[in-house]
Design a protein around this ligand. Structure first.
Ligand SMILES: Nc1ncnc2c1ncn2[C@@H]1O[C@H](COP(=O)(O)OP(=O)(O)OP(=O)(O)O)[C@@H](O)[C@H]1O
Length: 566
């Protein structure tokens, strides 16, 4: 058998070309692949060797003037054209997202930011030193935006739409969607947000504007203050609102310090001016001075060329509400004192002070008196800020408000999430009323949103509630029942001992009759975190104890409305 006959039966395409590169012979495999569709008479290896192959040149077997070309198919993969087209598509997509007036946000399945459009980066990036790589749970915790729609999508694994507050006081309607991996885990969360601040202003009482179909999407739930303790607090708030006195609001986390500050502003002569809230804990310390007081052009590396006004300047003619004032570092306390005593603000790098006419309200859940004693808070500033003290009682000391709060928040979240749940069972309400709510109204609000999302029945019963809540509530109900019916839920005369029997509680580790797996797992998980906190563990210690990451602990505490003791 001749060599050419052997080559002819091989599957590898083989070509024989002369010195000029013209084709003299091709085996069968070459004719149907590398030479297919071309005129063999004019074929020239300079021009006609197709892409997608690598070529081995063999000199020798057919003399010095001929070359045998062995064609090896390259593994399949995108060719240059395809790669270019993909890059082009990517660029176009980025341009499209960037040209949108909406805010676009993309994270991975753990809530780590992968990509945002320019608008989002410009708005929030400088506050946290860039968004890519940051966890949305941490950003939500810092109130850069709250609540985080991405965090909600990750918690509930379904599309979510929420009304968000941002650190710069805007209101956004945000919708988030999950993309799933074949194994059911979440691969990406993509969310986009529309700024509705203007729209909301138009719909506030006293403003003109068209009707908004669903007011629950743009307005907070009504303010509840029916209990004697809260009525006393609001009486004082409204009396002090008519004066210009500095007010310090004290209260545990989530009791409503922000809402009360806003009520004082609304009832004051400055109500037509702006109400500007600054949460001193949510802005990283390195950025606090420039965020609060602003800077002049070119005053430090990285500063905007044209300079930037401080947030306090935005309160001109209105009210400046400094929340978590205990977090203000010592070196800025002097600047704040200047602002209060002289109404003077100095931007970083400025030689000319500006003057601010604003009423100042502060709030804290720390003991400033102890901080003064420890030397971490200036005594002179403390006395200037603390002309009138308003103490907002924790929710456990105004249980009379709980049933009404449950009612308004149920309605609020039912509207927000488009659900059909309509009512609370008496037994569920009794448990919610007996529970001590360490995270106060915010915890109650989070719990109700969770229940609305996870319940598909018209009435929320005790079996829908997390197990730890039921256990704690049951204990409290038993204690209350021994004390007599006057001390607890029963504003409508309901017998507490009867409620204690209605509330179905079983030993830890057993699900309640009719309780869903989801509700059971939620309750058990929450209880583990609650116990760890009660033991005084730090987030790092909890992470080690439960075998999860520290960022998971921070996210879970937020999700469950639990807060570390200071
Ligand atoms: N009396 C109330 N009626 C209805 N909702 C309330 C009331 N008080 C507070 N809330 C709601 O509870 C949540 C927490 O309130 P707010 O932010 O005012 O608390 P806070 O004490 O300022 O919290 P933090 O200590 O974290 O700053 C908000 O969603 C608020 O709308």
């Amino acid at each position: 058998m001749e060599l050419l006959d052997v080559l002819n039966v091989l599957d590898t395409p083989i070509l024989l070309v002369n010195r000029a590169g013209q084709l003299e012979w091709a085996n069968q495999a070459a004719k149907v692949t590398v030479c297919s569709g071309v005129d063999l008479d004019t074929w020239n290896h300079e021009h006609n060797l197709p892409q997608g192959y690598s070529y081995i040149m063999h000199k020798g077997p057919f003399g010095p003037d001929r070359t045998l070309i062995e064609c090896i198919r390259l593994p399949e993969g995108p060719d240059e054209n395809t790669i270019w087209a993909l890059k082009q598509e990517n660029t176009e997509l980025a341009e499209l997202i960037n040209s949108s007036l909406d805010e676009w946000y993309i994270t991975d399945g753990e809530g780590i930011t992968l990509q945002v459009n320019d608008k989002v980066e410009q708005l929030y990036g400088p506050l946290v030193g860039g968004l890519v790589g940051k966890s949305v749970f941490e950003l939500e915790h810092q109130r850069i935006f709250y609540p985080s729609v991405t965090a909600l999508v990750l918690r509930h694994r379904t599309q979510q739409t929420v009304l968000q507050n941002t650190v710069d006081g805007r209101r956004l309607i945000s919708t988030g969607n999950a993309i799933f991996n074949p194994d059911g885990s979440i691969k990406r969360v993509i969310s986009y947000a529309k700024d509705v601040t203007e729209l909301e202003l138009l719909t506030l009482p006293g403003r003109t504007g068209s009707d908004v179909p669903n007011p629950h999407r743009t307005l907070p739930a009504p303010f509840i203050s029916g209990s004697p303790a809260m009525r006393r607090c609001m009486d004082l708030a409204l009396r002090v609102a008519r004066t210009e006195a500095a007010v310090m609001i004290l209260g545990e986390t989530g009791v409503g310090k922000n809402r009360v500050a806003k009520s004082i502003h609304d009832a004051s002569q400055r109500s037509a001016g702006p109400f500007v809230e600054i949460n001193c804990a949510s802005i990283p310390e390195a950025l606090l001075e420039s965020e609060l007081f602003g800077y002049e052009r070119g005053s430090f590396t990285g500063a905007r060329r044209e300079g930037k006004p401080g947030k306090v300047e935005l309160a001109q003619g209105g009210t400046l509400f400094l929340n978590e004032i205990g977090e203000l570092p010592l070196h800025l306390q002097g600047k704040l004192l200047d602002l209060i005593q002289e109404h003077r603000i100095e931007r970083i790098g400025s030689t000319r002070p500006a003057y601010l006419d604003a009423r100042i309200i502060t709030a804290t859940n720390r003991s400033l008196r102890e901080m003064v004693a420890a030397g971490t808070f200036r005594a002179d500033l403390y006395y200037r800020l603390n002309v009138v003290t308003l103490h907002i009682p924790p929710l456990r000391e105004r249980k009379e408000d709980i049933a009404r709060l449950c009612e308004v928040y149920l309605e609020h979240f039912v509207q927000l999430h488009g659900k059909d749940t309509r009512a609370w069972s008496q037994a569920a309400l009794a448990s919610l009323t007996a529970y001590p709510w360490p995270g106060n109204i915010r915890e109650l609000e989070n719990m109700i949103e969770y229940l609305v999302i996870t319940t598909d029945e018209p009435t929320i019963g005790p079996h829908h509630l997390p197990q730890d809540l039921m256990g704690t509530a049951h204990e409290a109900l038993r204690g209350d029942a021994h004390d007599g019916p006057s001390s607890g839920f029963a504003s409508d005369g309901t017998d507490l001992a009867q409620h204690a029997q209605d509330v179905q509680v079983v030993a830890p580790g057993r699900a309640l009759p009719g309780q869903t797996l989801k509700a059971y797992i939620h309750g058990t998980e929450r209880e583990l975190y609650r116990q760890a906190l009660a033991d005084g563990a730090s987030t790092r210690e909890i992470a080690a104890r439960l075998g999860v990451s520290q960022s998971t602990v921070v996210r879970k505490l937020r999700q469950f409305g639990l807060r570390q003791r200071r």
